[in-house]
Design a protein around this ligand. Sequence first.
Ligand SMILES: *Cc1c(COP(=O)(O)O)cnc(C)c1O
Length: 357
Amino acid sequence: MTARIRPDLESIPVYTPGRSNPGAVKLASNETTLGPLPSVAKAIAEAADLANRYPDNTAGELRAALAEFLDVEVANVAVGCGSVALCQELVQITCAAPTDEVLFAWRSFEAYPIVTQVGNARAVPVPLTDGYAHDLDAMAAAITADTKLIFVCNPNNPTGTTYGRTEIERFLDAVPEHVLIVLDEAYYEYLRLDDHPDGVAIRRNRPNVLVLRTFSKAYGLAGLRVGYAVGDPEVILALQRVHIPFSVNRLAQAAAIASLEARDELLDRTNKVIAERDRMREALLAAGYTVPPSQANFVWLPLGEHSAAYGEASAEADVLVRPYGTDGVRVTAGDPHENDLFLAFATAPEVTARFLG
Ligand SMILES: *Cc1c(COP(=O)(O)O)cnc(C)c1O
């Protein structure tokens, strides 16, 4: 007889890796195309020499470096095994009863409903606006006495839509102070809005707001798993209580510190990615696609029922993109030649005739 497992877990989708297409261009995971800088690779190699020793469970050096960089106290900073681990820990520190509610826009980051269910809480998805953005008024209206946690993904993955500081603050003002609001800023480094929505600045004087950022996207360390939270010291302390011990490993900590030191060079790269993203959007709009403006390193194609077939057809053309159910397809901005390969597929007359008709 097999052991008894929580039956409610059966409804959580098991991760299905994208079809393996050796040699195909991968525009499916919002990664950067360039490997670590030499200084970062060196820090990783040096850390590997000490692999027999446990890492610093408090990530003291990394948190101090982040605190200095962000002009906050060390007590305001927590790190996690990717910011996705912090998402799960945030549910753990806020939700205790199955009636406790986690509110988020939908479609948004696919981890939100999963970590909510793993945490035995109730997911409350609020549909996006017709413009593929968070419906902040509807989200405020969906708050109940059971709401414990709200995820706001800004820019939104997978649609790229983004709110400026004014609109974010208006929403925060509408949320009761006992509800924890998480501003998930995984794509912060790609933002170029005039009304700059810097969560770390926005959350000063707002103890119920926490900001999530990651080294996986613009900093190019997706394979090492390190993200961070900036929040009120009491919330940070709670995160430390539920943290899986040593889950931010020695290589990840060393690489993150070295990447912060090399940030000017790393963040320079975001300008090229943004230029490519805009070039892709223009070409797609010209071919007849609907493409909401994006402030991240990807574009969103709301292809509805066609999404899965579009993903298949793109893979046949050796470009892997990410279809999401019957909502749409997300395409990461890669290197120019990779994006050209995608655009050649996407703008071919037989493709536009089949999917945009
Ligand atoms: C990629 C992503 C993350 C987290 O990535 P990690 O690799 O776990 O740090 C978090 N939120 C959003 C919206 C993302 O797209």
